[in-house]
Design a protein around this ligand. Structure first.
Ligand SMILES: [Zn+2]
Length: 172
């Protein structure tokens, strides 16, 4: 897996956004449906993860949920992708980021953080002040159920929800 990731052609680079720290920007056109990156990191159970966040050792957005009670402590590159309420990328499978539409050179690559957060998880419900700048900005970020219905339907149609999120939504 590691070799595969290292040999994969990267079509992005990390640089300052000028608004909210670093971001990941497209360096070569990415076509709709194309895999951008498989997020990796140390696997962590929910409770130690929550404790580290409570102690200030981790931020909410340093971790990425992959199961009902399991997270990835994101690698140095994956961690730099920012949220947008109007993203150009989404997740499928466990942690595969792919293009929701064609992404042009120079565009920041973003995904909807809320789409990756368990309906039972309330950690994100207090996250406020989204600064994505989109006309559709929701201002504050909650779990997957906080996403407006039409947008959630759009993610479903595009296959842009992780397997575990689909399972969790089906259980409701
Ligand atoms: Zn926003």
């Amino acid at each position: 897996m590691k070799d595969f990731l290292e040999n994969q052609e990267h079509k992005y680079e990390i640089r300052p956004t000028g608004k909210y720290g670093d971001g990941v920007f497209c360096t070569k056109k990415i076509l709709k449906g194309e895999t951008i990156r498989v997020f990796t990191g140390e696997r962590m159970a929910e409770i130690p993860c929550d404790i580290m966040i409570a102690k200030g050792l981790l931020n909410n957005d340093d971790v990425f949920q992959i199961q009902h009670e399991e997270y990835l402590l994101l690698d140095d590159v994956s961690i730099r992708f920012n949220h947008s309420c109007e993203p150009n990328a989404g997740f499928k499978g466990e942690s595969t980021l792919f293009a929701l539409r064609d992404i042009l050179q120079g565009e920041e690559i973003t995904y909807d953080y809320s789409a990756t957060v368990d309906p039972h998880n309330f950690t994100f419900t207090t996250m406020t002040n989204c600064m994505c700048g989109s006309a559709k900005c929701r201002k504050s970020l909650g779990n997957v159920l906080s996403i407006p219905k039409d947008i959630l339907e759009y993610y479903k149609r595009e296959g842009a929800l992780q397997d575990y999120i689909i399972n969790e939504l089906n259980k409701l």
